[in-house]
Design a protein around this ligand. Structure first.
Ligand SMILES: *Cc1c(COP(=O)(O)O)cnc(C)c1O
Length: 484
């Protein structure tokens, strides 16, 4: 079929798209089926992928088959298989069939959802699904959109923290910093175990890193409320203006859970914005038995978690809620003439461009909606519980082993452990395990000691993968012990 606008057939026709699309979906299904055959951690050296790519782009178009073949030949060797059931590194970034297909449809309609008017469904589905999640996760109803609050999908938890901090900064200064810039007095607080994105947000928001207080933690690596209160009092005494506290539910390093209720009471009494970062662990709140970790959340001004970590929704998808959306909108809103429209002016709609840093936005709610509808709440709970059970089993094995010890409590799905033989053997153990390709683990330091982390959250991780990881860890440790 020829097209008057494209007589030489540069575009992919809808028939070609159908054929190639089926091949691409087949490729993904085959990839899922054979994923355990690849070394989990990519083995390429720096520059190796580029060295195999042509120096210049093709002048004439190429067939789709050739591209797909090159994905196998040139790209797969440089992939670290995050979707492998033997991926236990960092935190999960899992996916699922419905999420991938939702992402595909989002690309297909290709809308840009900056304003309600630029695609009403993009905004309304997002608001609706985030209201669903308030109920699904047992979050305070003040985060729902039918009161003063509401939810929005951000790219990452880092962006959520930044938006929360910006709104906190403006609320604390009567929206003055937006107009005249900061004066170096505002201070922010997070525990010494908080994610590095808080430090980044403090830098971007212009508070200055010197005005971020990393509050001391207790023996379980959770923020000490007494230390927070003391830091705030010291700062007030020195003429500073405390404006923002970030509590973490499930730290990246060790899954520590800050005492949100106690921190929340301090923030309420001091008039300080409380943001709660539950990027990975927030998913566990799907199950009522794990909701104790978020007790006190009714005292928070904002909250986020990442379905793109542990809730089977492929990257990127961070859900961010705010109790007083006007504070955020007033902080971020700019209204150039070319974006003015009746719906916005009527005040009857949300324009999500005012809820995050970028103007443009993808239709990310579609994949989240597909995931929730495909699994149902019970299906999601089933998988979360299974992951937590597997982590608890692994931690029991560690406890009983004699050769290994737990380095931190295991509230959910992350196990921090180490060989009792000291930092050096743990370092060598990690290196050898990851070079072997059968699994992938990462490390942290806790109490100054080198610690291995086994994070369980891959969509298809089963008991056989965890027990095989434990066997491999023990055998490799025994090898190293023999080598001395
Ligand atoms: C992973 C993580 C982050 C950062 O996540 P992004 O979405 O990649 O920005 C922040 N906080 C915690 C507690 C995390 O686990």
């Amino acid at each position: 079929m020829t097209d008057a606008a494209d007589p030489r057939g540069f575009h992919m026709t809808s028939d070609e798209f159908r054929r190639n699309g089926r091949a691409a979906v087949d490729w993904i299904a085959d990839y899922m089926d054979r994923i355990e055959s690849f070394p989990v951690l990519s083995r390429v050296r720096p520059g190796e992928i580029r060295a195999h790519l042509p120096a210049v782009p093709p002048a004439e178009g190429e067939p789709f088959d050739a591209m797909l073949a090159d994905v196998d030949r040139l790209i797969l060797p440089g992939i670290t298989h995050w979707q492998s059931p033997n991926f236990f590194a960092y935190f999960p970034s899992n996916n699922s069939g419905p999420a991938i297909l939702g992402e595909l449809l989002s690309a297909g309609v290709g809308v840009q959802g900056m304003l309600w008017a630029t695609s009403p469904a993009c905004t309304e589905l997002e608001t609706h699904v985030l209201d669903w999640l308030v109920g699904m996760l047992g979050l305070p109803s003040k985060f729902r959109s039918d009161g003063t609050g509401g939810g929005v999908i951000q790219d990452t938890a880092s962006s959520s923290a930044l938006c929360a901090l910006l709104a906190a900064r403006e609320r604390a200064t009567g929206f003055r910093v937006n107009e005249v810039g900061a004066d170096g007095k505002l201070t922010a607080y997070a525990s010494s175990q908080a994610h590095s994105s808080i430090e980044k947000a403090v830098k971007i928001a212009g508070l200055g890193r010197e005005n971020l207080r990393l509050v001391e933690v207790d023996g379980r690596f959770a923020m000490r409320p007494d230390a927070l209160a003391r830091r705030i009092a010291e700062d007030r005494g020195a003429g500073k203006a405390p404006c923002f506290v970030c509590a973490t539910v499930g730290t990246t390093s060790s899954n520590a859970i800050d005492p949100v209720a106690e921190i929340g009471r301090i923030c309420r009494d001091e008039g300080i914005w409380l943001h709660v970062d539950a990027a990975m662990s927030g998913t566990a709140a799907l199950c009522p038995e794990f909701r104790g970790m978020q007790e006190g959340l009714d005292l928070a001004d904002s909250y986020c978690f990442n379905p793109h970590k542990w809730m089977f929704t492929n990257f990127d998808c961070d859900c961010f809620w705010i109790a007083d959306r006007e504070a955020l909108i007033r902080t971020l809103s700019v209204a150039p003439e070319y974006l003015k429209n009746q719906a916005s002016e009527s005040g009857a709609v949300f324009d999500y461009r005012d809820w995050h840093v970028p103007l443009g936005r993808r239709f990310r709610a579609l994949k989240l909606w597909f995931v929730i509808r495909h699994y149902g709440v019970e299906g999601l709970r089933h998988h979360v519980r299974r992951h937590v059970e597997l982590a608890q089993k692994f931690s029991d094995w560690i406890d009983a082993s004699g050769r290994f010890e737990l380095a931190a409590p295991v509230p959910l799905n992350l196990v921090c452990f180490r060989h009792v033989g000291g930092d050096e053997i743990n370092r060598r153990l990690l290196e050898r395990l990851n070079a072997g390709g059968r699994l992938y683990l990462t490390h942290t330091t806790l109490g100054g000691r080198y610690t291995l982390r086994l994070s369980i959250g891959q969509s298809r991780t089963e008991e056989r993968h965890v027990s095989s990881a434990w066997r491999t860890i023990q055998e490799t440790a025994a090898e190293l012990e023999r080598e001395g």
